[in-house]
Design a protein around this ligand. Structure first.
Ligand code: ADP
Length: 260
């Protein structure tokens, strides 16, 4: 669905952010992207959604090259991005108005716009807040509005950039659960976080450092990779505990044993 080939990007002030990234994201995959601050995760998200263009290499979204401006309307329908600060994405006076904005921009007929808004409200459990101002909602509800605003355009791929980092744990779990449900319904998800604990159910996890992909694999193998610590990340707490116990000879090493 999305393919990055030798993608490099530096910001206009010369700060390098991505270096020679190769990545293929398959339809229906849930990919977790992790790395400490400044490792290039958000820049990668912007590249995956076509909002930034690579200076070297190319990003292809369903065969459409993001460097070609004539592809941008098509890319917008396929890949939607949700950011950390929902307030920056609100455009409507009410939640309903806010959700209608995307489908309106896609020039859908009013009946279709209504359907998209209702679908997005239902998927995110926001029906009862439809007439409220998005700015008057809690952080978690606001993040759901931002997510619903993208969902209303029904993209195949959702790129989700640190959406739980400003939320209390309970709201964070609720938002993550909505995203997991959308994945089960077939959406492709790129989930960016600095919290490994959120990635247990990912199909694949990539670890970034200094604009490069340093590790890539299933969560199980990434979580038990001690080299995570060299990339400024701590192991998930349960795994860290198990490692410590193992070091002290308290439990049998947890490596899989072959069944008898
Ligand atoms: P992360 O999302 O992992 O925190 P970013 O993609 O935001 O990483 O940043 C990668 C690098 O690019 C960092 O060195 C960061 O300081 C720099 N950077 C990010 N945004 C900008 C910008 N708008 N202008 C200049 N440098 C930037």
């Amino acid at each position: 669905m999305i393919r990055l080939e030798k993608v490099s990007y530096s910001y206009p002030d010369g700060t390098p952010a991505l270096e020679n990234i190769n990545l293929v994201i398959k339809k229906g995959e849930f990919i977790g992207v992790i790395g400490k601050n400044g490792s290039g995760k958000s820049t990668l998200a912007l590249q995956l959604s076509g909002l930034l263009k690579p200076q070297a290499g190319r990003v292809m979204i369903r065969g459409m090259d993001t460097r070609d401006p004539s592809n941008l309307p098509g890319i917008r329908k396929l890949a939607g991005i949700v950011f950390q600060n929902p307030e920056t994405q609100f455009v409507g006076r009410t939640v309903e108005e806010d959700l209608a904005f995307g489908p309106e921009n896609l020039c859908l007929p009013p009946v279709e716009i209504r359907k998209c808004v209702e679908m997005a409200l239902a998927e995110t459990g926001l029906e009862k807040y439809r007439h409220r101002s998005p700015k008057a909602l809690s952080g978690g509800q606001g993040q759901c509005v931002a997510l619903a605003g993208i969902l209303a355009m029904n993209p195949e791929c959702l790129i989700v950039d640190e959406v739980t980092s400003m939320l209390d744990p309970e709201s964070g779990i609720a938002v993550l659960e909505i995203i997991k449900k959308l994945h089960r319904k077939g959406k492709t998800i790129v989930y960016i976080t600095h919290n490994l604990e959120e990635l247990h159910d990912a199909d694949r996890v990539i670890v970034m450092e200094k604009g490069k992909i340093r590790l890539e694999g299933e969560p199980e193998s990434i979580f038990s990779d001690i080299s995570l610590q060299t990339f400024g990340l701590s192991l998930p707490s349960l795994i860290e505990l198990a490692e410590n116990l193992k070091m002290h000879g308290i439990i049998i090493p947890w490596e899989k044993t072959s069944s008898p």
